[in-house]
Design a protein around this ligand. Structure first.
Ligand code: SAM
Length: 618
Protein backbone atom coordinates (compact mmCIF):
# COMPACT_ATOMS: atom_id res chain seq x y z
CA UNK A 1 0.00 0.00 0.00
CA UNK A 2 1.30 3.45 -0.83
CA UNK A 3 0.32 6.28 1.47
CA UNK A 4 0.37 9.36 -0.68
CA UNK A 5 0.87 12.39 1.47
CA UNK A 6 -0.49 15.16 -0.63
CA UNK A 7 1.10 18.50 0.04
CA UNK A 8 -1.08 21.50 0.28
CA UNK A 9 0.26 24.29 -1.92
CA UNK A 10 3.42 24.87 0.08
CA UNK A 11 3.06 28.10 2.00
CA UNK A 12 0.86 30.83 0.79
CA UNK A 13 3.82 32.83 1.95
CA UNK A 14 6.75 31.15 0.27
CA UNK A 15 9.62 30.31 2.53
CA UNK A 16 11.93 32.18 0.22
CA UNK A 17 10.21 35.45 1.11
CA UNK A 18 11.20 35.14 4.74
CA UNK A 19 14.49 36.48 5.98
CA UNK A 20 17.00 33.84 6.88
CA UNK A 21 16.46 34.29 10.62
CA UNK A 22 13.15 32.50 10.24
CA UNK A 23 14.64 29.57 8.50
CA UNK A 24 14.38 26.36 10.32
CA UNK A 25 17.83 25.03 9.76
CA UNK A 26 20.83 27.23 9.32
CA UNK A 27 22.62 26.29 6.14
CA UNK A 28 24.43 23.05 6.74
CA UNK A 29 27.77 23.94 5.12
CA UNK A 30 28.28 26.72 7.66
CA UNK A 31 27.94 24.29 10.55
CA UNK A 32 30.69 22.37 12.20
CA UNK A 33 30.71 18.86 10.86
CA UNK A 34 28.28 16.44 12.49
CA UNK A 35 26.28 19.24 14.13
CA UNK A 36 22.71 20.09 13.35
CA UNK A 37 20.85 22.91 14.96
CA UNK A 38 17.13 22.55 14.84
CA UNK A 39 15.39 25.80 15.48
CA UNK A 40 11.83 26.35 14.51
CA UNK A 41 10.93 29.70 13.10
CA UNK A 42 9.23 32.01 15.50
CA UNK A 43 5.74 32.83 14.45
CA UNK A 44 5.69 35.74 16.84
CA UNK A 45 8.86 37.14 15.41
CA UNK A 46 7.60 36.48 11.94
CA UNK A 47 4.44 38.35 12.73
CA UNK A 48 6.39 41.29 14.08
CA UNK A 49 8.71 41.64 11.15
CA UNK A 50 6.15 40.61 8.60
CA UNK A 51 2.92 42.15 9.75
CA UNK A 52 1.14 40.72 6.74
CA UNK A 53 1.59 37.28 8.25
CA UNK A 54 -0.89 37.80 11.01
CA UNK A 55 -2.74 40.93 10.10
CA UNK A 56 -6.15 40.02 8.75
CA UNK A 57 -6.57 43.46 7.26
CA UNK A 58 -3.55 43.13 5.06
CA UNK A 59 -4.33 42.13 1.52
CA UNK A 60 -1.69 39.39 1.52
CA UNK A 61 -3.25 37.82 4.63
CA UNK A 62 -3.83 34.14 4.17
CA UNK A 63 -6.60 32.11 5.65
CA UNK A 64 -6.47 29.07 7.85
CA UNK A 65 -4.24 27.68 10.57
CA UNK A 66 -0.55 27.97 9.90
CA UNK A 67 2.63 27.60 11.89
CA UNK A 68 3.50 31.03 10.56
CA UNK A 69 0.57 32.61 12.31
CA UNK A 70 -0.59 32.80 15.89
CA UNK A 71 1.71 33.14 18.86
CA UNK A 72 3.63 30.74 21.05
CA UNK A 73 1.90 29.94 24.31
CA UNK A 74 3.67 31.53 27.26
CA UNK A 75 3.13 28.50 29.41
CA UNK A 76 5.66 26.36 27.60
CA UNK A 77 8.09 24.52 29.74
CA UNK A 78 11.62 25.65 29.09
CA UNK A 79 13.60 23.15 27.08
CA UNK A 80 17.28 22.65 26.59
CA UNK A 81 18.68 24.11 23.38
CA UNK A 82 18.17 22.08 20.26
CA UNK A 83 21.83 21.51 19.54
CA UNK A 84 22.78 17.90 19.13
CA UNK A 85 25.25 15.78 17.34
CA UNK A 86 23.67 13.36 14.92
CA UNK A 87 24.73 10.55 17.22
CA UNK A 88 22.75 12.06 20.10
CA UNK A 89 19.50 11.88 18.23
CA UNK A 90 16.99 9.46 19.54
CA UNK A 91 13.38 9.23 18.53
CA UNK A 92 11.89 11.16 21.43
CA UNK A 93 14.43 13.89 21.70
CA UNK A 94 15.01 15.15 18.19
CA UNK A 95 13.14 18.40 18.44
CA UNK A 96 10.91 20.24 20.81
CA UNK A 97 7.30 19.42 20.05
CA UNK A 98 6.19 22.36 22.17
CA UNK A 99 7.66 24.70 19.57
CA UNK A 100 4.77 23.71 17.36
CA UNK A 101 2.13 24.97 19.78
CA UNK A 102 0.35 28.05 18.49
CA UNK A 103 -2.27 30.22 20.12
CA UNK A 104 -4.88 31.88 17.94
CA UNK A 105 -7.23 34.61 19.08
CA UNK A 106 -10.72 33.70 18.12
CA UNK A 107 -14.07 35.31 18.76
CA UNK A 108 -17.05 33.16 19.63
CA UNK A 109 -20.74 33.56 20.17
CA UNK A 110 -21.80 31.97 23.42
CA UNK A 111 -25.31 30.72 22.91
CA UNK A 112 -27.72 28.45 24.74
CA UNK A 113 -26.97 24.84 23.87
CA UNK A 114 -30.44 24.25 22.52
CA UNK A 115 -29.99 27.00 19.88
CA UNK A 116 -26.51 26.13 18.73
CA UNK A 117 -27.27 23.78 15.83
CA UNK A 118 -29.85 26.11 14.31
CA UNK A 119 -27.41 28.98 14.65
CA UNK A 120 -24.57 26.93 13.26
CA UNK A 121 -26.39 26.35 10.01
CA UNK A 122 -27.62 29.95 9.90
CA UNK A 123 -24.16 31.43 10.39
CA UNK A 124 -22.26 28.79 8.46
CA UNK A 125 -20.32 31.19 6.22
CA UNK A 126 -19.20 33.20 9.24
CA UNK A 127 -17.90 30.39 11.41
CA UNK A 128 -14.37 29.16 11.76
CA UNK A 129 -13.72 26.70 9.00
CA UNK A 130 -10.43 25.13 9.98
CA UNK A 131 -9.58 21.52 9.33
CA UNK A 132 -10.21 19.22 12.28
CA UNK A 133 -11.39 22.07 14.54
CA UNK A 134 -15.05 21.82 15.44
CA UNK A 135 -16.72 25.17 15.18
CA UNK A 136 -18.93 24.37 18.16
CA UNK A 137 -17.11 24.41 21.51
CA UNK A 138 -18.58 22.84 24.59
CA UNK A 139 -18.53 24.54 27.94
CA UNK A 140 -18.09 21.80 30.51
CA UNK A 141 -19.66 22.49 33.86
CA UNK A 142 -22.71 24.30 32.63
CA UNK A 143 -24.35 21.15 31.37
CA UNK A 144 -27.59 20.42 33.12
CA UNK A 145 -29.51 17.21 33.02
CA UNK A 146 -33.20 17.45 32.26
CA UNK A 147 -34.11 15.95 35.62
CA UNK A 148 -32.16 18.58 37.47
CA UNK A 149 -33.45 21.39 35.31
CA UNK A 150 -36.93 20.33 36.32
CA UNK A 151 -35.93 20.24 39.93
CA UNK A 152 -34.45 23.71 39.82
CA UNK A 153 -36.92 25.57 37.72
CA UNK A 154 -39.92 23.33 38.04
CA UNK A 155 -40.54 24.26 34.42
CA UNK A 156 -39.08 21.54 32.28
CA UNK A 157 -35.58 22.07 30.95
CA UNK A 158 -36.10 25.60 29.73
CA UNK A 159 -33.72 27.22 32.16
CA UNK A 160 -32.74 29.89 29.72
CA UNK A 161 -36.16 31.26 29.74
CA UNK A 162 -36.39 34.56 31.63
CA UNK A 163 -39.43 33.49 33.62
CA UNK A 164 -37.84 30.24 34.59
CA UNK A 165 -34.79 32.10 35.87
CA UNK A 166 -36.85 34.59 37.82
CA UNK A 167 -38.91 31.77 39.27
CA UNK A 168 -35.77 29.91 40.25
CA UNK A 169 -34.35 33.01 41.90
CA UNK A 170 -37.54 33.58 43.86
CA UNK A 171 -37.66 29.95 44.95
CA UNK A 172 -34.08 30.14 46.10
CA UNK A 173 -33.99 33.42 47.99
CA UNK A 174 -37.39 34.87 47.73
CA UNK A 175 -36.41 37.49 45.21
CA UNK A 176 -35.50 37.82 41.60
CA UNK A 177 -33.66 40.54 39.73
CA UNK A 178 -35.58 43.74 39.91
CA UNK A 179 -37.53 42.62 42.98
CA UNK A 180 -35.35 44.66 45.32
CA UNK A 181 -31.99 44.30 47.03
CA UNK A 182 -30.10 41.13 46.13
CA UNK A 183 -29.37 38.74 48.95
CA UNK A 184 -25.90 38.61 50.43
CA UNK A 185 -23.77 35.75 49.05
CA UNK A 186 -24.02 33.89 52.36
CA UNK A 187 -27.79 34.10 52.47
CA UNK A 188 -27.93 33.22 48.81
CA UNK A 189 -25.91 30.07 49.36
CA UNK A 190 -27.84 29.04 52.41
CA UNK A 191 -31.10 29.50 50.68
CA UNK A 192 -29.93 27.61 47.62
CA UNK A 193 -28.59 24.74 49.72
CA UNK A 194 -31.83 24.48 51.64
CA UNK A 195 -33.85 24.48 48.48
CA UNK A 196 -32.03 21.55 46.96
CA UNK A 197 -33.28 18.22 48.01
CA UNK A 198 -31.04 15.20 48.19
CA UNK A 199 -31.27 14.64 44.44
CA UNK A 200 -30.09 18.15 43.74
CA UNK A 201 -27.21 17.67 46.13
CA UNK A 202 -26.04 14.68 44.19
CA UNK A 203 -26.35 16.41 40.85
CA UNK A 204 -24.34 19.45 41.91
CA UNK A 205 -20.90 17.99 42.11
CA UNK A 206 -19.47 20.94 43.92
CA UNK A 207 -21.94 20.71 46.73
CA UNK A 208 -20.94 17.11 47.09
CA UNK A 209 -17.28 18.07 46.96
CA UNK A 210 -17.74 20.48 49.87
CA UNK A 211 -18.22 17.47 52.09
CA UNK A 212 -15.29 15.67 50.45
CA UNK A 213 -12.48 18.24 50.60
CA UNK A 214 -9.66 15.81 49.83
CA UNK A 215 -11.06 14.89 46.48
CA UNK A 216 -11.51 18.52 45.64
CA UNK A 217 -7.90 19.26 46.50
CA UNK A 218 -6.67 16.37 44.40
CA UNK A 219 -8.60 17.56 41.42
CA UNK A 220 -7.32 21.09 41.91
CA UNK A 221 -3.75 19.81 41.87
CA UNK A 222 -4.32 17.95 38.65
CA UNK A 223 -5.82 20.98 36.98
CA UNK A 224 -2.94 23.12 38.05
CA UNK A 225 -0.38 20.91 36.37
CA UNK A 226 -0.90 21.55 32.69
CA UNK A 227 -2.76 24.78 32.40
CA UNK A 228 -1.80 26.98 35.32
CA UNK A 229 -5.17 26.24 36.80
CA UNK A 230 -6.90 27.73 33.76
CA UNK A 231 -10.20 26.44 32.59
CA UNK A 232 -9.70 24.37 29.47
CA UNK A 233 -12.87 24.33 27.50
CA UNK A 234 -13.46 22.31 24.39
CA UNK A 235 -10.34 20.22 24.92
CA UNK A 236 -9.40 17.70 22.24
CA UNK A 237 -6.24 15.68 21.76
CA UNK A 238 -4.69 18.32 19.60
CA UNK A 239 -6.28 21.61 20.63
CA UNK A 240 -7.67 23.50 23.58
CA UNK A 241 -10.22 26.24 23.55
CA UNK A 242 -10.33 28.72 26.40
CA UNK A 243 -12.56 31.69 26.97
CA UNK A 244 -10.27 34.55 27.88
CA UNK A 245 -12.45 37.49 28.76
CA UNK A 246 -15.68 36.90 30.51
CA UNK A 247 -15.77 40.27 32.24
CA UNK A 248 -19.50 40.56 32.13
CA UNK A 249 -20.03 38.06 34.86
CA UNK A 250 -17.29 39.19 37.21
CA UNK A 251 -18.48 39.67 40.77
CA UNK A 252 -21.95 38.70 39.81
CA UNK A 253 -20.88 35.13 39.30
CA UNK A 254 -18.99 34.81 42.56
CA UNK A 255 -21.94 33.18 44.27
CA UNK A 256 -22.24 30.49 41.67
CA UNK A 257 -18.50 29.92 41.71
CA UNK A 258 -18.54 29.26 45.42
CA UNK A 259 -21.47 26.98 45.19
CA UNK A 260 -21.03 25.23 41.89
CA UNK A 261 -17.28 25.15 41.50
CA UNK A 262 -14.38 26.90 39.79
CA UNK A 263 -15.84 26.18 36.40
CA UNK A 264 -18.35 28.88 37.18
CA UNK A 265 -15.75 31.44 38.08
CA UNK A 266 -16.37 34.84 36.53
CA UNK A 267 -19.64 33.86 34.94
CA UNK A 268 -22.84 35.55 35.47
CA UNK A 269 -25.76 33.77 37.00
CA UNK A 270 -26.08 30.34 35.70
CA UNK A 271 -28.44 30.10 32.80
CA UNK A 272 -28.00 26.50 31.80
CA UNK A 273 -25.96 24.77 29.12
CA UNK A 274 -24.26 26.94 26.57
CA UNK A 275 -22.09 26.38 23.53
CA UNK A 276 -19.41 28.43 21.85
CA UNK A 277 -19.88 29.04 18.16
CA UNK A 278 -16.40 29.85 16.92
CA UNK A 279 -16.45 32.74 14.49
CA UNK A 280 -14.35 33.11 11.40
CA UNK A 281 -10.80 34.18 12.23
CA UNK A 282 -11.39 37.55 10.54
CA UNK A 283 -13.67 38.56 13.41
CA UNK A 284 -11.19 37.71 16.14
CA UNK A 285 -10.66 41.25 17.32
CA UNK A 286 -13.90 42.85 16.17
CA UNK A 287 -16.55 44.39 18.37
CA UNK A 288 -20.20 43.50 17.95
CA UNK A 289 -20.79 46.47 15.66
CA UNK A 290 -18.03 45.36 13.30
CA UNK A 291 -19.41 41.89 12.86
CA UNK A 292 -21.15 40.97 9.63
CA UNK A 293 -24.83 41.74 9.32
CA UNK A 294 -25.87 38.09 9.62
CA UNK A 295 -24.36 37.80 13.10
CA UNK A 296 -25.68 41.18 14.20
CA UNK A 297 -29.17 40.23 13.10
CA UNK A 298 -29.02 37.05 15.15
CA UNK A 299 -27.89 38.98 18.20
CA UNK A 300 -30.50 41.69 17.72
CA UNK A 301 -33.26 39.13 17.38
CA UNK A 302 -32.15 37.62 20.64
CA UNK A 303 -32.11 41.02 22.37
CA UNK A 304 -35.62 41.77 21.13
CA UNK A 305 -37.07 38.49 22.33
CA UNK A 306 -35.40 38.41 25.72
CA UNK A 307 -34.98 40.92 28.55
CA UNK A 308 -31.61 39.44 29.25
CA UNK A 309 -29.92 38.51 25.95
CA UNK A 310 -28.70 34.95 25.98
CA UNK A 311 -26.19 35.37 23.14
CA UNK A 312 -22.90 37.02 23.93
CA UNK A 313 -19.69 37.69 22.08
CA UNK A 314 -16.68 36.27 23.90
CA UNK A 315 -12.96 36.21 23.20
CA UNK A 316 -11.29 32.84 23.09
CA UNK A 317 -7.83 31.44 22.77
CA UNK A 318 -7.52 28.42 20.56
CA UNK A 319 -4.26 26.61 21.26
CA UNK A 320 -3.23 23.93 18.83
CA UNK A 321 -0.40 21.54 19.59
CA UNK A 322 2.14 19.48 17.69
CA UNK A 323 -0.51 16.78 17.34
CA UNK A 324 -2.69 19.13 15.31
CA UNK A 325 -0.35 19.84 12.42
CA UNK A 326 -0.09 17.66 9.36
CA UNK A 327 3.11 15.84 8.57
CA UNK A 328 4.02 18.14 5.68
CA UNK A 329 3.44 21.26 7.79
CA UNK A 330 5.83 19.99 10.46
CA UNK A 331 8.43 18.93 7.93
CA UNK A 332 8.19 22.20 6.03
CA UNK A 333 8.98 23.95 9.26
CA UNK A 334 11.87 21.67 10.15
CA UNK A 335 13.62 21.24 6.84
CA UNK A 336 15.80 23.93 5.27
CA UNK A 337 14.36 26.47 2.92
CA UNK A 338 13.70 25.21 -0.57
CA UNK A 339 14.17 21.56 0.30
CA UNK A 340 11.49 19.31 -1.14
CA UNK A 341 9.47 17.79 1.66
CA UNK A 342 9.37 13.99 1.37
CA UNK A 343 5.81 13.41 0.30
CA UNK A 344 5.30 9.69 -0.07
CA UNK A 345 6.25 6.47 1.55
CA UNK A 346 5.32 2.88 1.09
CA UNK A 347 3.82 0.90 3.91
CA UNK A 348 4.45 -2.76 4.53
CA UNK A 349 2.41 -3.81 7.55
CA UNK A 350 3.56 -1.64 10.45
CA UNK A 351 6.63 -0.43 8.54
CA UNK A 352 6.89 2.86 6.65
CA UNK A 353 9.45 2.42 3.95
CA UNK A 354 11.21 5.55 2.69
CA UNK A 355 13.44 6.09 -0.27
CA UNK A 356 15.12 9.32 0.81
CA UNK A 357 17.06 11.53 -1.56
CA UNK A 358 20.65 12.36 -0.69
CA UNK A 359 19.68 15.89 0.39
CA UNK A 360 17.34 14.44 3.01
CA UNK A 361 19.89 12.16 4.60
CA UNK A 362 21.17 14.67 7.20
CA UNK A 363 17.55 14.97 8.38
CA UNK A 364 16.59 11.33 8.04
CA UNK A 365 15.87 10.87 11.76
CA UNK A 366 13.80 14.04 12.01
CA UNK A 367 11.79 13.01 8.96
CA UNK A 368 11.32 9.51 10.33
CA UNK A 369 10.16 10.76 13.73
CA UNK A 370 7.56 13.05 12.16
CA UNK A 371 6.32 10.22 9.93
CA UNK A 372 6.11 7.95 12.95
CA UNK A 373 4.33 10.53 15.12
CA UNK A 374 1.84 11.40 12.44
CA UNK A 375 1.01 7.85 11.42
CA UNK A 376 0.80 6.05 14.75
CA UNK A 377 -0.45 3.53 15.66
CA UNK A 378 -0.55 2.00 12.18
CA UNK A 379 3.12 2.78 11.60
CA UNK A 380 5.48 1.50 14.27
CA UNK A 381 8.77 1.48 12.38
CA UNK A 382 10.27 3.82 9.80
CA UNK A 383 13.03 2.53 7.53
CA UNK A 384 15.04 3.94 4.67
CA UNK A 385 16.29 1.97 1.71
CA UNK A 386 20.03 2.44 1.72
CA UNK A 387 20.99 0.75 -1.52
CA UNK A 388 19.52 -0.40 -4.80
CA UNK A 389 18.50 -4.07 -4.89
CA UNK A 390 21.45 -6.05 -6.19
CA UNK A 391 21.18 -9.50 -4.67
CA UNK A 392 19.52 -12.61 -6.11
CA UNK A 393 16.83 -12.74 -3.47
CA UNK A 394 15.75 -9.18 -4.30
CA UNK A 395 15.91 -8.15 -0.65
CA UNK A 396 16.41 -4.53 0.34
CA UNK A 397 19.15 -3.03 2.46
CA UNK A 398 17.19 -1.11 5.06
CA UNK A 399 18.17 1.21 7.89
CA UNK A 400 15.73 1.55 10.79
CA UNK A 401 15.34 5.28 11.47
CA UNK A 402 12.55 5.39 14.05
CA UNK A 403 10.29 3.17 16.11
CA UNK A 404 10.74 -0.46 16.94
CA UNK A 405 13.46 -2.33 15.11
CA UNK A 406 11.50 -5.35 14.03
CA UNK A 407 11.26 -5.85 10.29
CA UNK A 408 8.96 -8.82 10.65
CA UNK A 409 5.47 -7.69 9.90
CA UNK A 410 2.08 -8.85 8.70
CA UNK A 411 0.55 -7.52 5.52
CA UNK A 412 -3.05 -7.96 4.53
CA UNK A 413 -3.45 -8.15 0.78
CA UNK A 414 -6.64 -8.97 -1.07
CA UNK A 415 -8.11 -10.39 2.12
CA UNK A 416 -5.14 -12.67 2.83
CA UNK A 417 -2.51 -12.34 5.54
CA UNK A 418 1.17 -12.56 4.76
CA UNK A 419 4.01 -12.69 7.24
CA UNK A 420 7.08 -10.99 5.85
CA UNK A 421 10.56 -10.27 7.14
CA UNK A 422 11.76 -7.32 5.11
CA UNK A 423 15.33 -8.04 6.13
CA UNK A 424 15.40 -11.45 4.45
CA UNK A 425 12.65 -11.68 1.83
CA UNK A 426 11.21 -9.68 -1.05
CA UNK A 427 7.95 -7.80 -0.69
CA UNK A 428 6.42 -5.00 -2.73
CA UNK A 429 2.98 -3.75 -1.76
CA UNK A 430 2.76 -1.73 -4.96
CA UNK A 431 2.22 -4.92 -6.92
CA UNK A 432 -0.98 -5.81 -5.05
CA UNK A 433 -3.29 -4.66 -7.82
CA UNK A 434 -1.31 -6.41 -10.52
CA UNK A 435 -1.22 -9.63 -8.54
CA UNK A 436 -4.94 -9.41 -8.04
CA UNK A 437 -5.54 -8.79 -11.73
CA UNK A 438 -3.45 -11.79 -12.68
CA UNK A 439 -5.05 -14.11 -10.16
CA UNK A 440 -8.52 -13.01 -11.23
CA UNK A 441 -7.76 -14.30 -14.73
CA UNK A 442 -7.39 -17.85 -13.33
CA UNK A 443 -10.24 -20.32 -13.03
CA UNK A 444 -10.89 -23.27 -10.75
CA UNK A 445 -9.71 -25.63 -13.51
CA UNK A 446 -6.25 -24.10 -13.55
CA UNK A 447 -3.04 -25.58 -12.17
CA UNK A 448 -0.46 -22.85 -11.56
CA UNK A 449 3.33 -22.92 -11.46
CA UNK A 450 4.73 -19.85 -9.66
CA UNK A 451 8.42 -19.93 -10.57
CA UNK A 452 9.60 -16.94 -8.49
CA UNK A 453 7.03 -16.99 -5.73
CA UNK A 454 8.71 -15.06 -2.88
CA UNK A 455 6.57 -15.39 0.26
CA UNK A 456 3.68 -16.40 -1.96
CA UNK A 457 1.36 -13.44 -2.61
CA UNK A 458 0.44 -14.83 -6.05
CA UNK A 459 0.62 -18.49 -5.09
CA UNK A 460 -1.51 -18.20 -1.94
CA UNK A 461 -4.01 -15.89 -3.59
CA UNK A 462 -4.27 -18.20 -6.63
CA UNK A 463 -4.78 -21.18 -4.33
CA UNK A 464 -8.11 -19.75 -3.28
CA UNK A 465 -9.34 -20.09 -6.84
CA UNK A 466 -7.42 -22.76 -8.72
CA UNK A 467 -7.12 -26.52 -8.41
CA UNK A 468 -3.46 -26.61 -7.40
CA UNK A 469 -0.38 -24.40 -7.09
CA UNK A 470 3.29 -25.37 -7.41
CA UNK A 471 5.29 -22.55 -5.84
CA UNK A 472 9.04 -22.16 -6.00
CA UNK A 473 11.74 -19.75 -4.83
CA UNK A 474 15.49 -19.87 -4.56
CA UNK A 475 15.50 -18.04 -1.21
CA UNK A 476 15.05 -20.49 1.70
CA UNK A 477 13.75 -17.67 3.93
CA UNK A 478 11.06 -16.87 1.39
CA UNK A 479 10.08 -20.52 1.30
CA UNK A 480 9.83 -20.64 5.08
CA UNK A 481 7.47 -17.65 5.02
CA UNK A 482 5.55 -19.09 2.07
CA UNK A 483 4.87 -22.24 4.08
CA UNK A 484 3.79 -20.17 7.04
CA UNK A 485 1.53 -18.02 4.84
CA UNK A 486 -0.07 -21.07 3.25
CA UNK A 487 -0.93 -22.34 6.72
CA UNK A 488 -2.23 -19.08 8.22
CA UNK A 489 -4.50 -18.69 5.22
CA UNK A 490 -5.56 -22.35 5.48
CA UNK A 491 -4.49 -23.10 1.91
CA UNK A 492 -1.53 -25.38 2.57
CA UNK A 493 -3.33 -28.39 1.11
CA UNK A 494 -3.48 -26.74 -2.30
CA UNK A 495 0.09 -25.45 -2.40
CA UNK A 496 3.17 -27.58 -3.03
CA UNK A 497 6.39 -25.79 -2.21
CA UNK A 498 9.82 -26.02 -3.94
CA UNK A 499 13.14 -24.40 -3.12
CA UNK A 500 15.34 -24.43 -6.21
CA UNK A 501 16.57 -22.39 -9.13
CA UNK A 502 13.76 -21.31 -11.46
CA UNK A 503 15.20 -23.03 -14.55
CA UNK A 504 15.55 -26.31 -12.74
CA UNK A 505 12.05 -25.96 -11.36
CA UNK A 506 10.55 -25.48 -14.85
CA UNK A 507 12.47 -28.46 -16.17
CA UNK A 508 11.50 -30.65 -13.22
CA UNK A 509 7.82 -29.76 -13.36
CA UNK A 510 7.46 -30.46 -17.09
CA UNK A 511 9.48 -33.64 -16.85
CA UNK A 512 7.16 -34.95 -14.15
CA UNK A 513 3.70 -36.47 -14.38
CA UNK A 514 2.30 -33.09 -13.34
CA UNK A 515 3.27 -31.54 -16.65
CA UNK A 516 -0.01 -32.34 -18.38
CA UNK A 517 -2.04 -30.63 -15.68
CA UNK A 518 -0.16 -27.31 -15.65
CA UNK A 519 -2.19 -24.59 -17.34
CA UNK A 520 -0.57 -21.36 -16.04
CA UNK A 521 3.06 -20.41 -15.42
CA UNK A 522 3.89 -17.18 -13.57
CA UNK A 523 7.38 -15.72 -13.86
CA UNK A 524 7.65 -12.63 -11.68
CA UNK A 525 11.32 -11.73 -11.56
CA UNK A 526 11.18 -8.63 -13.73
CA UNK A 527 14.91 -8.07 -14.00
CA UNK A 528 15.70 -11.48 -15.49
CA UNK A 529 12.58 -13.58 -15.96
CA UNK A 530 12.54 -13.22 -19.77
CA UNK A 531 15.95 -14.81 -19.94
CA UNK A 532 14.66 -17.82 -17.99
CA UNK A 533 12.23 -18.59 -20.83
CA UNK A 534 14.93 -20.64 -22.53
CA UNK A 535 14.08 -23.29 -19.93
CA UNK A 536 10.93 -24.07 -21.98
CA UNK A 537 12.85 -25.04 -25.08
CA UNK A 538 12.21 -28.70 -25.73
CA UNK A 539 10.56 -29.42 -22.38
CA UNK A 540 8.13 -31.85 -24.08
CA UNK A 541 10.53 -33.23 -26.64
CA UNK A 542 10.66 -36.63 -24.96
CA UNK A 543 6.90 -37.02 -24.92
CA UNK A 544 5.10 -38.83 -27.73
CA UNK A 545 3.85 -36.25 -30.22
CA UNK A 546 0.50 -38.01 -30.49
CA UNK A 547 -0.09 -37.45 -26.75
CA UNK A 548 -2.70 -34.80 -26.22
CA UNK A 549 -1.15 -31.89 -24.39
CA UNK A 550 -2.60 -28.51 -23.55
CA UNK A 551 0.25 -26.06 -23.59
CA UNK A 552 0.35 -23.65 -20.64
CA UNK A 553 -0.16 -19.93 -20.66
CA UNK A 554 3.00 -18.13 -19.54
CA UNK A 555 2.90 -14.77 -17.75
CA UNK A 556 6.35 -13.24 -17.70
CA UNK A 557 7.27 -9.88 -16.15
CA UNK A 558 10.03 -7.56 -17.29
CA UNK A 559 11.35 -4.01 -17.23
CA UNK A 560 12.08 -1.85 -20.23
CA UNK A 561 13.58 1.59 -20.61
CA UNK A 562 13.24 1.54 -24.37
CA UNK A 563 11.36 4.06 -26.46
CA UNK A 564 8.95 1.29 -27.40
CA UNK A 565 8.89 -0.88 -24.26
CA UNK A 566 6.45 -3.46 -25.69
CA UNK A 567 8.60 -4.04 -28.77
CA UNK A 568 11.75 -4.19 -26.67
CA UNK A 569 10.32 -6.75 -24.25
CA UNK A 570 8.82 -8.81 -27.06
CA UNK A 571 12.24 -9.00 -28.67
CA UNK A 572 13.80 -10.32 -25.45
CA UNK A 573 11.10 -12.99 -25.24
CA UNK A 574 11.65 -14.08 -28.86
CA UNK A 575 15.39 -14.31 -28.34
CA UNK A 576 15.02 -16.36 -25.13
CA UNK A 577 12.58 -18.76 -26.79
CA UNK A 578 14.53 -18.80 -30.10
CA UNK A 579 11.19 -18.38 -31.78
CA UNK A 580 10.11 -15.41 -33.88
CA UNK A 581 6.40 -16.18 -34.07
CA UNK A 582 5.20 -15.67 -30.53
CA UNK A 583 1.78 -14.21 -30.18
CA UNK A 584 2.08 -12.09 -27.08
CA UNK A 585 -0.46 -10.04 -25.18
CA UNK A 586 1.47 -7.21 -23.59
CA UNK A 587 0.46 -4.87 -20.75
CA UNK A 588 2.18 -2.03 -19.01
CA UNK A 589 1.99 -2.71 -15.26
CA UNK A 590 3.50 0.49 -13.86
CA UNK A 591 6.18 3.07 -14.31
CA UNK A 592 8.85 2.08 -11.79
CA UNK A 593 11.17 5.01 -12.50
CA UNK A 594 11.14 7.86 -15.00
CA UNK A 595 11.15 6.18 -18.42
CA UNK A 596 11.26 2.65 -16.99
CA UNK A 597 8.21 0.44 -17.42
CA UNK A 598 7.32 -2.82 -15.77
CA UNK A 599 5.49 -4.99 -18.30
CA UNK A 600 3.65 -8.27 -18.24
CA UNK A 601 3.68 -10.46 -21.35
CA UNK A 602 1.19 -13.33 -21.56
CA UNK A 603 1.33 -15.99 -24.27
CA UNK A 604 0.66 -19.64 -24.82
CA UNK A 605 3.88 -21.59 -24.91
CA UNK A 606 4.44 -22.21 -28.66
CA UNK A 607 4.41 -25.88 -29.60
CA UNK A 608 7.51 -25.28 -31.70
CA UNK A 609 9.35 -24.24 -28.53
CA UNK A 610 8.04 -27.01 -26.25
CA UNK A 611 9.01 -29.73 -28.74
CA UNK A 612 12.22 -28.08 -29.91
CA UNK A 613 15.54 -29.77 -29.47
CA UNK A 614 16.77 -28.63 -26.04
CA UNK A 615 19.65 -26.19 -25.99
CA UNK A 616 20.11 -26.30 -22.25
CA UNK A 617 22.17 -28.62 -20.15
CA UNK A 618 20.02 -29.28 -17.13
C1 SAM B 1 10.49 -9.94 -7.64
S1 SAM B 1 10.40 -11.21 -6.43
C2 SAM B 1 8.77 -11.72 -6.72
C3 SAM B 1 8.16 -12.46 -5.61
C4 SAM B 1 6.67 -12.64 -5.69
N1 SAM B 1 6.23 -13.15 -6.94
C5 SAM B 1 5.97 -11.37 -5.33
O1 SAM B 1 5.17 -10.86 -6.13
O2 SAM B 1 6.18 -10.86 -4.23
C6 SAM B 1 11.40 -12.43 -7.19
C7 SAM B 1 11.66 -13.65 -6.34
O3 SAM B 1 12.44 -14.51 -7.14
C8 SAM B 1 13.36 -15.18 -6.31
N2 SAM B 1 14.48 -15.60 -7.17
C9 SAM B 1 15.52 -14.88 -7.61
N3 SAM B 1 16.29 -15.61 -8.41
C10 SAM B 1 15.71 -16.84 -8.49
C11 SAM B 1 16.03 -18.02 -9.18
N4 SAM B 1 17.10 -18.11 -9.94
N5 SAM B 1 15.23 -19.05 -9.03
C12 SAM B 1 14.12 -19.00 -8.26
N6 SAM B 1 13.78 -17.91 -7.57
C13 SAM B 1 14.56 -16.83 -7.69
C14 SAM B 1 13.74 -14.17 -5.27
O4 SAM B 1 14.19 -14.81 -4.11
C15 SAM B 1 12.44 -13.42 -5.07
O5 SAM B 1 11.74 -13.97 -4.00
Amino acid sequence: MVAKLVLRPPHSLPLSTLPSKFLIFPKIPSLPKRFLIVSLFSATAAAQTHPQISNPNNSSYFYGPSLRKGTHPLTLRSHPPFTKTEDDFDDDDLFNEDSFSRVFDIAALRVPAKDCFALESRLRGHLLNWPRIRNIGRVPGDEVEAELAELLANQGSDLEDENALASLNRRMYGKSEGDGEPLSPVLYREKLAKTFDSRGYVKFRNLARMSRPNQRKKRGDEEGEGGEGKKRWGKSEFSVLEVVDDEEGEGEGEDLKGLLGDEFEGRRKWRGSTRLLLLDERYAKKGVEELPEAIKVVMKENTRTSMRPAFELVRCKLTVFYEYWQMNEILEALLPEGMIVPSAFETVGHIAHLNLRDEHLPYKKLIAKVILDKNKPKIQTVVNKIDAIHNDYRTMQLEVLAGNRSLVTTVVENGLRFHVDLATVYWNSRLATERQRLVNSFTRKDVVCDVFTGVGPIAVSAARIVKRVYANDLNPNAIEYLERNSVINKLERKIKVFNMDGRRFIGAMFASDKAKSITQVVMNLPNDAAEYLDAFQGILVDRPTEEEFTLPMIHVYGFSKAQDPEFDFHQRIRIALSEAAVDVEMRRVRLVAPGKWMLCASFILPKSVAYAKPTLDM
